[in-house]
Every structure is written in structure tokens, then in C-alpha cells.
Ligand binder design. Structure first.
Ligand code: AMP
Ligand code: MN
Ligand code: MN
Ligand code: MN
Length: 284
């Protein structure tokens, strides 16, 4: 008789205070364990610095933390996010790649501050820098929070709609990593590269197919089929893309904190049947 299959609960896309999440890596792991997650991927934007802290509490909570990162890419002049999962954070190739993006984040934040100043908003950069924290990733989320706190936006979303989204007064068109670079850094770190939240880019079906063709061509391996913002229809569509393009399927809430838009930590629907999960050959 075969042993019963052990079904673990995976969440392979989450954020902490290292980037734009609101929980420290440690508190995130505690919250994930409370929600019944067995395997957690910490995937801060362009940075793996939360990994050691996350691991330090994981063992006693009986949860496994997997090294991860969400890499900012520019493809066809569009911002695309590639998650690297099961990466070794001490990979020199990965860290030298991320170092470039970390510098770009600082430069972009200064530019955003200057653009907003030209638009008549007082200099927010110093406050945003403090809000992000010393040595942490400065993201547009921090600008949105600052603008909201100053009463210049009615919500975080409104701050993106008014000031920070593509083409808005504070928008800076940054050239992030190429897809091929992100995939190669992730591969060098022993991880699997995954197109994050494929249906959030608002690409037409033909543009999304083009993205997946290019991603496969440079050695990309997976696609997020279940994500915190995906509707049942999105999950169905992403499953079809996974099968059609021979991509591994990933699951990640993209959790940023309970007060953020989609607090689905530990509440994700299961991966549809018939897909090869990214964790298929991990030894847990
Ligand atoms: P950045 O990587 O600094 O450009 O910031 C991107 C982050 O901003 C995303 O990872 C989301 O967390 C957040 N974000 C982007 N668009 C929106 C939006 N319309 N409403 C709320 N948060 C958003
Ligand atoms: Mn984010
Ligand atoms: Mn993303
Ligand atoms: Mn994310």
C-alpha cells in the first residue's frame, strides 16, 4: 500500500519590511505559521536580506522558509516581475545583479521626489527614506503611504492613480533588469524563475503569449498560477498558459500585510490538477 500523499500548504510570494511589506521577516513567518503555511517563500523586491531573520524563527514554528526574491524587470518597455524561488541568497551572481537594482531604486526614489516637487508637492524624499528604513528597499508603496498620510491621496491606490502609476506626474520610467538577466541570476543561485501575477500586467492575450515565449527562450521555468489577486477565471487562464508553454506552476499570495489590498496569507485556493508544481522535486 502506498503511503498517503502529504499535502503541504505553500505560499511562495510574500513581502516583509525589507521592501514594501508591513511585517518584519520574523513576524511574517510567525503569521504564516499561524495560518497553517508549511513552506513560505520570502520574496522581497530586489533583495534577499530578510532570509536569515526569517529562518531564525522558522524551525521552532515548524515552518520551512525558502529563499526568494521578486526581481524588477523591464520587457518591451513594460514593468514585469520575475520571482526567483528556492534561491541560495549567498550566490555572488544573484547578489551582484540585485546590487544594480538596489542602486536603481535609490536613484529612482530621488527622481520621483524631484518630479513630485516640480508638480508642486513638498519634498517627500527624506520622509520616504525614513519610512522605508535604513538599507531597505525604497518602493513606490512608501511614496504612496507618505502621500496618503499627508492628505494628498484618499488611499494608497488613489496615490498610485494620481501620482505614481505609469504616465502620472511622479512616474519615472526605469530600465530594470532584462528578463534574461533575472533568469540567469536566479539560475546561478540554484532557484526557479517564475513570472509573477501574469494577469496583473493588463497585457492583451497576444502580448502575454509573447512575454511567455521570450521568457521560455531565455530559460524561464515557471508561472504563478494561483496568486493573491487572481480570480477563478485568472487561475484557469494561467493554468492553460502553464500547460501550453510547459511552465511549472507556482502559488503565492503576494502578501504585503493585513492592511494591504489582498491579505490572502494562508487563504489561497489550491493549485488546479494536472499541473507540475515548482516544488515537484524539492525534498521537504
Ligand atoms: P515599485 O516596485 O517600487 O515600483 O513598487 C511596486 C509595488 O507597488 C508593487 O509591488 C505593489 O506592492 C505596489 N503597487 C503597485 N501598483 C499599485 C496600486 N495600484 N495600488 C496599490 N499598490 C500598488
Ligand atoms: Mn510590492
Ligand atoms: Mn509584483
Ligand atoms: Mn510581490
Amino acid at each position: 500500500m502506498n503511503a498517503p500523499e502529504l499535502t503541504l500548504s505553500y505560499d511562495l510570494h510574500t513581502h516583509s519590511t525589507i521592501s514594501d511589506g508591513s511585517m518584519t521577516p520574523k513576524d511574517l513567518v510567525i503569521a504564516a505559521a499561524e495560518k497553517g503555511i508549511d513552506v513560505l517563500g520570502l520574496t522581497d523586491h530586489d533583495c534577499t536580506n530578510g532570509f536569515a531573520e526569517a529562518c531564525s524563527v522558522a524551525e521552532s514554528l515548524n515552518i520551512k522558509v525558502i529563499g526568494g526574491v521578486e526581481i524588477s524587470c523591464t520587457w518591451q518597455n513594460k514593468g514585469i516581475h520575475i520571482v526567483g524561488i528556492n534561491v541560495k541568497p549567498d550566490s555572488p551572481e544573484l547578489q551582484s545583479g540585485l546590487a544594480k537594482l538596489q542602486q536603481l531604486r535609490i536613484n529612482r526614489a530621488l527622481d520621483i521626489g524631484n518630479r513630485l516637487k516640480k508638480y508642486g508637492i513638498p519634498d517627500v524624499f527624506p520622509a520616504v527614506e525614513v519610512r522605508a528604513g535604513q538599507g531597505m528597499m525604497i518602493t513606490r508603496t512608501h511614496f504612496a503611504q507618505q502621500l496618503f498620510d499627508m492628505g494628498l491621496a484618499t488611499s494608497i491606490r488613489d496615490a498610485f492613480d494620481r501620482y505614481l502609476g505609469v504616465g502620472k506626474p511622479g512616474y519615472v520610467n526605469t530600465q530594470w533588469a532584462e528578463l534574461a538577466e533575472a533568469v540567469s541570476w536566479i539560475r546561478a543561485a540554484g532557484g526557479i524563475s517564475v513570472v509573477a501575477h501574469p494577469l496583473r500586467y493588463k497585457l492583451t492575450a497576444s502580448w502575454l503569449r509573447r512575454l511567455l515565449v521570450d521568457f521560455k527562450e531565455v530559460g524561464g521555468q515557471g508561472i504563478e498560477v494561483v496568486s493573491g489577486t487572481a480570480s477563478p477565471g485568472d487561475i484557469q487562464a494561467s493554468s492553460e498558459y502553464a500547460k501550453r508553454f510547459g511552465l511549472l506552476a507556482s502559488v503565492g499570495s503576494d502578501f504585503h500585510g493585513i492592511e494591504h489590498g489582498w491579505p490572502k496569507l494562508g487563504r489561497l485556493p489550491p493549485l488546479p490538477k494536472g499541473l507540475e508544481p515548482v516544488w515537484a522535486d524539492w525534498n521537504n
